[in-house]
Design a protein around this ligand. Structure first.
Ligand SMILES: [Ca+2]
Ligand SMILES: [Ca+2]
Ligand SMILES: [Ca+2]
Length: 313
C-alpha cells in the first residue's frame, strides 16, 4: 500500500477567495418563506414493555465469544431511541452549550480513532471529529467520534431541557430491544448474508481508494462508511440500525462474566470499561451478532462509534 499524507482523507474545504460578488441592483421582490426542516429536540422514542429474556448466545451459535454466557434477565418497561442519535440532534446540544467533544479536546489521544482510506488501517487521527469524520455526512447520519462521556453530557443536557430522564440503555435493555423476541444470532435470523436488508455492515460495496473488506457479508448494502439513520429495515419492534452502522455505547460497565452489571448503569465518573453493542459498518459476520459485546474505555471515541438514548418511565 502506498502511504499518502493524512490530509487526503479529510474533506476538501473550499477556501474563501478575495473576490467579492458584484453588487447589483435587484428589484425588490416579496420574501418567500423558506421551510427549513430541523431535527426535533427529542429523538423519536419507542416504548418497550417490561419482560424477561435469555441474554447472551447459545453455545451452538457460530462465532460466539466466551463473554456471551446465556442467562435469564428481566427488564422494566422503558423507552429506547428508534435510531442512533444523529448529527443534527447532537448539533443542537453543542450549539446551545458550546460543548466540545473529547475528540475536539484531544483527551488522552489526538482526535478520533479512525480508519484511514489512504492507510487502510485504524489509528488516532488529529482533526477527525463528529463534524469532520472524513466521509460525507449530514444531519441524518449517526453522530460518531463521541466518547461515553460526550454521550452522557448530551443525555444530561437533553434531560434538563425536557424535564424527562434521558440516559443510555443498560446493556440488558439494549439486547432485549435488539432481539425483539428473537433468539437467533441476528434479529433477521442466523444468515449473515441477509444483513444488507437490515443493517449497514462490512459488505461487498467498493470502498474509497479501491478498498474491499477482507472478510465481509456476501451482499451489498451500498455504504462503506455510516449511512443516514434508518436507511434499513427495522427489527420487529420498529427499531433501526441496532446491528451495524454505528456501534453504540450502553450505560453499563463491561463484565465478561455477566455478574449483574449488565442490568444497571455505571456511575458517571467511572474510568473502567463500558460495554458497547451492535457492531458497525466495519463489522464482519462474526462480529455483527446481537449477542456480541465489547469493552471500551469511557474517553475513547471511534469513527464507527455512536449511541442511542433510552428513557426511564
Ligand atoms: Ca456497508
Ligand atoms: Ca448501530
Ligand atoms: Ca465480542
Amino acid at each position: 500500500m502506498v502511504e499518502k499524507p493524512m490530509a487526503e482523507t479529510l474533506p476538501v474545504v473550499k477556501t474563501p477567495t478575495a473576490e467579492t460578488p458584484p453588487v447589483t441592483e435587484t428589484p425588490r421582490v416579496a420574501e418567500t418563506s423558506v421551510v427549513v426542516t430541523r431535527p426535533s429536540l427529542e429523538p423519536e422514542m419507542v416504548p418497550i414493555s417490561k419482560g424477561c429474556f435469555q441474554m447472551g448466545s447459545p453455545t451452538s451459535e457460530k462465532d460466539r465469544d466466551q463473554d456471551e454466557r446465556r442467562h435469564p434477565v428481566c427488564v422494566e418497561a422503558f423507552e429506547i431511541g428508534k435510531y442512533e442519535v444523529t448529527v443534527g440532534e447532537f448539533k443542537q446540544f453543542t450549539s446551545a452549550t458550546g460543548y466540545r467533544t473529547e475528540a475536539e479536546r484531544n483527551t488522552g489521544e489526538q482526535g478520533c480513532y479512525a480508519w484511514s482510506a489512504t492507510e487502510g488501517k485504524w489509528g488516532w487521527r488529529a482533526g477527525v471529529d463528529w463534524r469532520q469524520p472524513g466521509y460525507e455526512t449530514s444531519d441524518a447520519h449517526p453522530v460518531v467520534c463521541v466518547s461515553w462521556n460526550d454521550a452522557l453530557a448530551y443525555a444530561a443536557w437533553l434531560s434538563k431541557q425536557t424535564a424527562r430522564t434521558y440516559r443510555l440503555p443498560t446493556e440488558a435493555e439494549w439486547e432485549y430491544a435488539a432481539r425483539a423476541g428473537t433468539t437467533s444470532a441476528r434479529y433477521w435470523g442466523d444468515d449473515p448474508d441477509q444483513a444488507c436488508r437490515y443493517a449497514n455492515v462490512a459488505d461487498q460495496t467498493a470502498g474509497p481508494g479501491g478498498h474491499a473488506w477482507p472478510v465481509k457479508h456476501q451482499c451489498t448494502d451500498r455504504y462503506w462508511y455510516a449511512a443516514p439513520a434508518g436507511s434499513f429495515q427495522a427489527n420487529a419492534w420498529n427499531l433501526s440500525d441496532l446491528l451495524g452502522n454505528a456501534w453504540e455505547w450502553t450505560c453499563s460497565a463491561y463484565d465478561s462474566q455477566y455478574g449483574g452489571a449488565e442490568t444497571r448503569c455505571a456511575e458517571n465518573n467511572v474510568t473502567t470499561a463500558i460495554a458497547v453493542r451492535g457492531g458497525s459498518w466495519f463489522y464482519r459476520p462474526a462480529w455483527a451478532r446481537t449477542a456480541n459485546r465489547d469493552p471500551n474505555a469511557p474517553w475513547r471515541r471511534h469513527l464507527d462509534g455512536g449511541f442511542r438514548l433510552a428513557r426511564s418511565l
